[in-house]
Write a protein that binds this ligand. Structure first.
Ligand code: C2E
Ligand code: MG
Ligand code: MG
Ligand code: MG
Length: 291
């Protein structure tokens, strides 16, 4: 294993000798510094209608390029943030970036909607909804253009704790989505109680669907469940035309995945959008959308 020195001067070991936990502890100070210096970037991955690939919104995904370690996986640094009291700051940075992009968005006929991932921990913070409200007002973005994605594992049977915060978020007008649906255990009764509008089927099942009948059954059941409960169904991890066909056949309307686009830096998202959108030049030299 090689020893490396982090910007905070701490020696760390790599190549398997070091446990994930040790690495997380070592990363905590670096993450704090990155947040202070505004070095966490946000990429945007399109969610599209499966029927005609129109943009319905973007998921905001945090990215961190560590000066020494290089790219750190969001799963890793989100865990660091959760375990070291920094998840509020990380989420705020991502939400601010997304809201700013809602303002920057160039197509006034078709405003941008954003989705932001919310850790279970924030649902324990009674002040969280008020902070969200203040940010929405600050950026002047309508609450209905913001979706919060909450992983199903946080929403397990009989967990009443997140309900008050979820309800207050819903009352603000924010949309709430259950992310990674299929990997957690929520009873039907509990799901019905949740103020949600969408189920996002976990990408593992969507990716496996073409080759594994069990995965296909999970995706189909989730889409049917969403339908029956009057919720939107979103498939994430759509990577192939075959997956697209299967999803279309089962009545899933919205998808996200590498088949449509990877997560993109904002400038490339705009370029992707215009490439998808037919425009014509008007006599005055402005652009007009045809679809
Ligand atoms: P997620 O919320 O389920 O986000 C979707 C993940 O699936 C993203 O990974 C995205 O890049 C990936 N993905 C989308 N389509 C495809 C596909 O077709 N194929 C493959 N192989 N992957 C696809 P990413 O960006 O690495 O994020 C991983 C997880 O980290 C997210 O899963 C989310 O749980 C968490 N995360 C990312 N940003 C944030 C954040 O700002 N806050 C919180 N709390 N969690 C975040
Ligand atoms: Mg998500
Ligand atoms: Mg997911
Ligand atoms: Mg996830």
């Amino acid at each position: 294993a090689t020893a490396r020195t982090s910007p905070s001067g701490v020696q760390r070991f790599h190549a398997g000798l070091e446990s994930r936990v040790t690495r997380r502890l070592g990363l905590a100070d670096d993450l704090r510094q990155a947040l202070e210096r505004d070095e966490i970037e946000v990429y945007f991955q399109p969610k599209v209608t499966l029927a005609d690939r129109r943009l319905v919104g973007v998921e905001c995904l945090a990215r961190w390029e560590h000066p020494v370690l290089g790219t750190v996986s969001p799963e890793d640094f989100v865990a660091v943030a959760e375990n070291t009291g920094q998840i509020g700051a990380l989420t705020e940075a991502v939400l601010r970036a997304g809201l700013q992009r809602c303002r920057d968005w160039p197509d006034a006929d078709d405003p941008l909607s954003i989705a932001v991932n919310i850790s279970a921990r924030l649902l324990d913070e009674p002040e969280f909804p008020a902070q969200v409200k203040a940010l929405l007002e600050h950026y002047g973005v309508a609450a209905g253009r913001v979706t919060f994605e909450i992983g199903q594992p946080a929403l397990t049977v009989e967990n009443e704790r997140p309900l008050p915060v979820l309800r207050r978020l819903r009352d603000l007008g924010v949309r709430i989505s259950v992310d990674d649906f299929g990997v957690g255990a929520s009873s039907f009764g509990y799901l019905r109680q949740l103020p949600i509008v969408e189920l996002k089927v976990d990408r593992r099942f969507v990716q496996g669907m073409a080759t594994d009948p069990g995965d296909l059954a999970v995706v189909r059941a989730a889409v049917m469940l969403a339908r029956q409960f009057g919720l939107g169904a979103v498939a994430e991890g759509v990577e192939s035309e075959l997956a697209l066909d299967l999803l279309t056949d089962m009545g899933c309307e919205i998808g996200q995945g590498f088949l449509f686009s990877r997560p993109l830096p904002y400038e490339r998202l705009e370029a992707w959008y215009w490439a998808q959108t037919e425009v014509e030049a008007t006599p005055s030299g402005e652009f007009r959308r045809l679809r």
